[in-house]
Design a protein around this ligand. Structure first.
Ligand code: MG
Length: 461
């Protein structure tokens, strides 16, 4: 079910402080969140953005004003906060972060007592409390307390390491280059990997709200520094994180950066080989390499809408072992049903120690799929009608989990999706055959362009 929400986007509330994210709004929405949780204590953490400490204070004020106690975790990667909420017995958590967005943005992510972002339905409940102004205003004697929680990072590293074979990893004495991109992962990942006997070289390792190194979004085009460092340090692997440390992108020993669907497939294969017959949750836009690996290990794949919350919630509902997003999000349920860059990193080190081959060689054993993407400007208000028009003009097997996914043959598909955050329609496709893929993307790019023009001209014809 799609729930209409006004403030909560794909990943919580996002905006620019003082522009579309005002302090009085933050206090009132936090009071509404406190009312939704009903009981405390609530743990509050933040990423390394300039506006994070201030927003955290306003969020604390709102929660305390609703009568709940607050514990402040201060600077932490998002999965560190989520892990503390789950393991240290909090009733809920709030993370101040805008993940990979540019430095001026910030946001609020709401986490339930299980450490996972609350559902879309619960986000809508909070919005209703806000709009009805039915949030609790605690009497002066009943306002919440605020104290410090100092064990978040220690608890996080301990929890992550408890899920891997520490001795097997230590024996290999891996050489690893870490690139936290000046984000919050810098305060946990280098220490965790050093404790696994790795020789760690860290680049962009100081936390800085301007993200001066390579920006907060790790993509093949922003990671040339990591690639160079891996080659000159003669490292076994390089790992880059996004701004709040919940996603990890890997670089092989030759300096080649790999997208998250291929390295994720390696991890799936390694974990599923020991857990045959499991369930994997992934999004509608993820490569069919996931199906290939699942089938090989007698396991099943269930696809959701695009968004990490959708993956997490589907994992809980279906008792899935693993989850995967192509952007480097990897979910390992025994740890948490939420993505975690550090957990992903140590699972990769364990896989490398047992498979005992260079990362590039292991990745070469997986089938190659070609992928292509395009995007077209489309005003938000006509997106829905444009999508209906595209669907009318499409032929082949159609799936409608999120947007329209059209299968041209067994291994060739194109996905057309309106962007959740920008006035765009995205076209993304995959095939084993490069020519077939080009033909399909060109065809649906034309259909998309024509549909947008037609609706703009004002007729559905
Ligand atoms: Mg993130």
């Amino acid at each position: 079910m799609i729930v209409e929400r006004r403030f909560f986007g794909t990943n919580g509330i996002r905006g620019i402080l003082g522009k579309d994210l005002m302090l009085d709004f933050i206090i009132e929405i936090s009071q509404s969140i406190g009312t939704y949780f009903d009981k405390g204590p609530i743990l509050i953490g933040y990423d390394g953005r300039f506006s994070s400490p201030l927003i955290s204070k306003a969020v604390s004020a709102g929660i305390m004003a609703s009568g709940l106690d607050v514990m402040e975790a201060n600077l932490t990667p998002t999965p560190g906060l989520q892990c503390a909420v789950k393991k240290l017995g909090y009733k809920g958590g709030l993370m101040i972060t805008a993940s990979h967005n540019p430095p001026q943005y910030n946001g609020i992510k709401v986490v339930g007592s299980d450490g996972v972002e609350i559902s879309r339905e619960d986000e809508a409940k909070i919005e209703r409390i806000y709009f009805d102004k039915s949030y609790r205003k605690a009497d002066w004697k009943c306002i919440g307390n605020c104290t410090q929680e100092n064990s978040v990072i220690r608890n996080y590293i301990k929890s992550v390491l408890s899920h891997v074979d520490i001795n097997a990893i230590k024996k290999r004495e891996f050489r690893v280059v870490l690139d936290p991109g000046n984000g919050a992962a810098a305060i946990a990942a280098p220490y965790a990997l050093s404790s696994l006997g790795c020789k760690v070289l860290t680049i962009n390792g100081h936390v800085d709200g301007d993200f001066p190194g390579r920006g907060p979004e790790p993509t093949p085009s922003t990671l040339s520094g990591l690639s160079d460092a891996v080659k000159s340090y003669n490292a076994d692997v390089g790992i880059a994180y996004d701004g709040d440390g919940d996603r990890a992108i890997f670089c092989d020993e030759k300096g080649v950066i790999h997208w998250g669907d291929r390295t994720g497939a390696l991890l799936l294969d390694y974990i599923l080989s020991k857990n045959q017959g499991s369930l994997v949750i992934t999004t509608v836009s993820t490569s069919q390499i996931v199906d290939f690996v699942a089938e090989k290990n007698n396991s099943k794949v269930l696809r959701t809408r695009v968004g990490s919350v959708d993956v997490s919630r589907a994992m809980i509902e279906n008792n899935a072992l693993l989850g995967l997003e192509e952007n480097g999000g990897f979910f390992y349920a025994p740890h948490m049903q939420t993505r975690d860059g550090l957990m992903t990193s140590v699972l990769m080190l364990e896989a490398l120690s047992f498979i005992n081959k260079p990362l590039s060689e292991i990745l070469d054993t997986f089938p190659k799929f070609y992928q292509r993407k395009a995007k077209f400007d489309c005003p938000n208000e006509i997106k829905k009608i444009v999508m209906e028009e595209i669907e009318r003009k499409s032929f082949g097997r159609v799936e409608k989990i999120d947007g329209v996914k059209i299968w041209a043959d067994e291994s060739t598909w194109v996905l057309l999706r309106p962007s959740g955050t920008e006035p765009l329609i995205r076209v993304f496709g995959e095939s084993k055959d490069a020519d077939k893929l080009d033909e399909l993307i060109d065809k649906y790019s034309s259909i998309t362009k024509e549909s947008i023009e037609k609706i703009k001209r004002g007729g559905l014809g």
